[in-house]
Write a protein that binds this ligand. Structure first.
Ligand SMILES: [Zn+2]
Length: 298
């Protein structure tokens, strides 16, 4: 029995016989296979799979089925028909293409995508701000995104960080580490601000670099979510100085509200924030305070 002539038509736009779709493998069809059953094995819809094999099929609903029968007869070599004689059925020794299942992302790749997505949020494009002579342009955050894509900064997951993030500018390549349970995306902005200082080879001290880190974190939060309730530093942090840490958060919040609309504050305006890093008694800031720190670039 031949296929119903109403159910087959030469393709208007022929896919070459040697066409090789991207990221796929040849599959030898078996009796009992169907487009639907094979598509299910690779997480696609039947028509996704058909168009993966024959991408130039017409877009309307009637013609593609007729052209698919033509391909099945001429390219796959099908000879068996459905009972109504209107469609070919798969049988050996024909072959079709199956797409490879999407590879699962590694935790580091997930972290890298998260950082890139934060750097490219619309609110980050509004993060132009400065203190005294030091200015951050929002475009620098896109520069960091490009540096990540170029492999000049790697992003790694580090479960020991407990909800935090860190930037390691001295390692080669430079590295951002994220806790896998990070929830405050402002911390990512904070670490990327350190990366900006590194990329631009700014010579600073810890008061400025951390001051800008916390300011960027607060500014991001306010641009994204509006004014927030006061963050209260937990008391149980000995030997940390509660008042210094509370000042860091309070002053960052206060200054970010100014920066949001006027983009700039003076060194004098930021003196309490910058000064607080000297007395934190922990966190590594006080031992670095007052010393010049150079950044060697990415
Ligand atoms: Zn920092």
């Amino acid at each position: 029995m031949a296929i119903n002539p109403q159910s087959i038509k030469p393709p208007a736009n022929l896919v070459p016989r040697n066409y090789t779709p991207a990221n796929g493998r040849k599959y030898p069809v078996q009796i009992g296979d169907s487009w639907a059953s094979l598509a299910a094995t690779v997480g696609r819809s039947p028509w996704d799979l058909i168009r993966y094999n024959y991408p130039t099929l017409p877009l309307d609903l009637q013609l593609p089925a007729k052209e698919v029968n033509w391909y099945l007869e001429h390219y796959v070599g099908c000879t068996m028909l459905t009972p109504d004689g209107r469609n070919y059925r798969f049988s050996p020794p024909g072959e079709i293409w199956l797409p490879n299942p999407a590879a699962a992302l590694t935790p580091d790749q997930v972290a890298q995508r998260l950082v890139l997505s934060i750097l490219r949020e619309p609110v980050v494009r509004r993060m132009n701000f400065g203190v005294g002579f030091l200015m951050i342009s929002a475009t620098y955050y896109e520069d960091i995104a490009k540096a990540i894509e170029a492999g000049k900064i790697v992003v790694k997951v580090n479960p020991a960080l407990r909800n935090l993030a860190m930037y390691y500018g001295a390692s080669s390549p430079a590295r951002i580490e994220l806790s896998p349970t990070i929830s405050d995306m402002g911390l990512i902005v904070h670490e990327c601000t350190h990366a900006i200082f590194d990329m631009r080879k700014l010579t600073t001290n810890v008061e400025q670099s951390e001051g800008f880190g916390y300011l960027s974190q607060a500014l991001y939060g306010q641009l994204k979510y509006g004014p927030s309730a006061r963050y209260t530093v937990p008391f149980h942090w000995p030997p940390f100085s509660w008042i210094s840490w509370q000042t860091i958060f309070d002053e960052s919040t206060r200054l970010a509200a100014v920066l949001k609309t006027s983009f700039w504050v003076s060194e004098a305006d930021a003196a309490r924030l910058f000064g607080a890093f000297k007395n934190t008694r922990g966190g590594g800031y006080d031992t670095r305070a007052g010393k010049v720190e150079t950044n060697d670039g990415l």
